[in-house]
Design a protein around this ligand. Structure first.
Ligand SMILES: [Zn+2]
Length: 225
């Protein structure tokens, strides 16, 4: 049965999470959200409370958004601001905030390119990258903040069909210290990266990354926010 998605999904949208979670709402985690002024992003409970508030106010089960969003979220995490490097704070994927353990569904056919537990604080935690072929074009999709068990039994080249269960969302202990969510990102040219790819960039690099990492909403037929 086709899931009857709550707006902003259309009937033709491609599921990426357990289809029983069919009420989605947009969430704004950008600099310009006045509700987040003075917000402590290092406080996991404060983050989860804000997400829960957005979900409750919108009678939703999933809050999503964040493509090319400029965020304060990364200021407190050293992996996003190396010595002498510009601050990386523009988000290149689409985040889906919902409960740990939520099933992640492959949105299109593909095979495992690589996987890894990126366990440094503020990183992706358990991560899977799929490779997709569309006629002569090859591109990649990245799934971050999964559970540790999502990586069991994986191997390079393992096939997934559209609609297969790819994994599940990790807890803050696994994901690494974020409120549970899926980071979903598209990548045209992955270069030499294995099990990892930058999920945020500096303003100076936005032109390159925004072209190399197209808007995932377009692939999922999601209304952009
Ligand atoms: Zn993300």
């Amino acid at each position: 049965m086709t899931p009857n998605f709550y707006t902003p999904f259309s009937m033709e949208s491609i599921p990426i999470l357990d289809v029983s979670l069919n009420k989605y709402t947009a969430i704004n985690l950008s600099f310009d959200n006045q509700e987040l002024k003075g917000f402590d992003f290092e406080d996991l409970e404060e983050c989860q409370n804000y997400i829960d508030k957005v979900l409750k106010n919108n009678n939703a089960t999933v809050a999503y958004g964040g493509y090319l969003e400029q965020r304060n979220l990364y200021q407190c995490k050293s992996i996003f601001s190396g010595m002498g490097q510009p601050q990386r704070n523009i988000h290149l994927g689409l985040d889906f905030w919902c409960k740990a353990g939520t099933k992640v569904i492959a949105p299109l056919n593909g095979e495992v390119h690589s996987f890894r537990n990126n366990h440094a604080t503020g990183d992706y935690g358990p991560t899977i990258i799929l490779e997709h072929k569309n006629k002569s074009k090859v591109f990649y999709s990245l799934y971050g903040h999964l559970s540790v068990t999502s990586l069991i039994d994986l191997y390079k080249g393992k096939s997934f069909c559209k609609g297969d269960i790819l994994g599940e969302l990790g807890t803050p202990e696994e994901n690494v210290n974020y409120a549970p969510h899926l980071h979903f990102q598209l990548i045209n040219d992955i270069g030499d990266y294995i099990g990892d790819y930058p999920g945020v960039c500096a303003k100076e690099d936005l032109d390159f990354y925004s072209k190399n990492c197209p808007n995932p909403s377009l692939l999922l037929n999601l209304e952009t926010c």
